[in-house]
Design a protein. Structure first.
Length: 483
């Protein structure tokens, strides 16, 4: 009977946080039927054939190649929709929460496990990427599984199968985003903290090296596509405020665990998992700007584990004097956190939470277009609206396009030379321009886009204009005096 009770408790410790996190992810999953530009990349690539995807990866976005192939398979099986786009991230985040719960349970106790698992899904950064059609939540799930496997091998002697699973999980993380290999440094810190034995060091080094070697070709090849991240701003002092706050919170949680060198504890696992990816990405950003919180979303696993440890310590401290009241500490904390974070949670589930919405402007394009009209995009990356909603552009001639995104193996297609585009524009009577809304627009820098803007200003006049959710469509009519 006692064994049955313990088994049920162990199952509930991870099952409840997982269901809780999935429920948070399903809440407002469609985000008011909006899809922003990063997700639009996933959407359009996932609908291409496997051959077209391979062709594209040779030119752009190879770092996300495995994720695109996964999403291609899902779209082929279940069709393209915001649910199919985002549900993998929801489920992956649920798995990550379950891993936090199991680690907290094993290292500190039941209440710490439950609290850590429940806390993970409530963290603002996690809530943002919980419903994102990108690979970051899947990487977080891999981080949770690999760290749980490390905890398992540090707690007891295990078979080679565990190390094979560890190496495979790290490999899959690296294939989804090779920056996630920084987790190996976090695990290295844990091994140093716990003074792991020689056998563990040997097996960990073997598994880690094997995974890294397998990911190395991807790393080297993707360096040739580094221009894709050239837009990331250089590291600045204000960008360090967030990591500093997180590390301070994590440090408090670690102190409550009474960390000691040589002992496997929540602090020995959670603090490196939180701190090392943050610090590692900062160091890398000194060489090349790369500091984006989504690249190290998995570090939130460490923060959640430490938060769970703090709450678990509070429950244990209250239990001797107030055994009944101590059971209500976790529910009270969760309800308080939910109420405090409700405005932010609602905001993250709105279409305004992202810089733009690729789908919103499609209905305006359909309504404002007429037979024989042409369409232009500034910048050319805004062609993603056409790629995601091709029916809205039926009958419109994309006069700047020479080769489609699918045939050219790119995300935005290949456009003609400025002179050819200028001649094509001057042959039109009506042009629809799809671009960024005023508040989201950046200065025009490309020569083609400067030319497009200049011709529209000189030879055309705007007759209709709509702006919605970060996108803008303007109808230009040819000036009578310009004939």
């Amino acid at each position: 009977m006692a064994e049955t009770v313990l088994l049920r408790r162990a199952v509930l410790v991870w099952l409840l946080p997982m269901l809780w996190t999935v429920a948070l992810g399903l809440w407002g999953l469609s985000r008011q039927d909006s899809v922003w530009r990063d997700e639009a990349a996933t959407w359009q690539v996932a609908q291409r054939s496997t051959a077209e995807i391979w062709n594209m990866l040779g030119n752009v976005d190879v770092v996300h190649g495995c994720y695109y192939l996964l999403m291609h398979t899902l779209f082929e099986s279940f069709g393209s929709s915001t649910t199919a786009l985002r549900l993998p991230s929801v489920l992956a985040t649920g798995i990550a929460a379950a891993c936090v719960a199991v680690m907290g349970h094993r290292l500190t106790g039941v209440w710490a496990g439950l609290a850590g698992g429940m806390a993970f899904g409530l963290l603002p950064a996690v809530q943002f990427y919980l419903q994102e059609g990108r690979p970051y939540a899947l990487v977080a799930a891999g981080a949770g599984i690999s760290t749980l496997l490390l905890v398992t091998v540090l707690r007891r002697r295990v078979r080679t199968l565990h190390w094979a699973a560890y190496g495979t999980t790290v490999l899959l993380m690296g294939l989804l985003n090779w920056l996630s290999l920084v987790i190996l440094l976090a695990h290295l810190a844990t091994l140093l903290w716990t003074r792991a034995g020689r056998e563990i060091w040997t097996r960990w080094t073997t598994a880690s090296a094997a995974a890294t070697v397998c990911v190395l070709p991807l790393i080297l090849f993707s360096r040739g596509q580094s221009a894709q991240v050239s837009w990331i701003p250089p590291l600045s002092w204000h960008m360090l405020i967030g990591p500093a706050v997180l590390l301070a919170i994590g440090g408090v949680g670690a102190l409550l665990d009474r960390p000691r060198a040589g002992r496997l504890s929540a602090a020995a696992v959670g603090l490196p998992l939180l701190a090392v990816p943050q610090i590692g990405l900062i160091v890398l950003s000194l060489v090349q700007p790369l500091f984006l919180d989504r690249y190290i979303l998995y570090s939130m696993l460490g923060l959640a584990l430490l938060i769970g440890t703090a709450i678990g310590s509070a429950v244990q401290a209250a239990r001797p004097r107030h055994p009944r009241a101590s059971r209500w500490i976790l529910p009270a904390v969760v309800v308080t956190a939910m109420v405090a974070l409700l405005p932010q949670s609602l905001a993250k589930r709105s279409s305004a939470s992202r810089v733009d919405d690729v789908l919103a402007i499609a209905s305006d394009v359909r309504r404002m277009s007429t037979a024989g009209s042409a369409v232009l995009f500034i910048p050319s990356a805004r062609r993603d609206t056409k790629s995601v909603s091709p029916s809205a552009f039926a009958g419109l001639r994309d006069i700047a396009l020479v080769e489609s995104p699918e045939k050219s193996g790119t995300l935005k297609g290949v456009e003609a030379s400025p002179d050819h585009i200028r001649a094509a524009m001057l042959a039109q009577q009506r042009i629809l321009l799809v671009t960024d809304a005023t508040q989201a627009a950046r200065p025009v820098t490309a020569e083609r886009d400067k030319m497009k803007t200049a011709v529209l200003k000189k030879y055309f006049t705007p007759v209709a204009d709509e702006q919605v959710r970060g996108r803008r469509v303007t109808v230009y009519q040819r000036l009578a005096a310009a004939h």
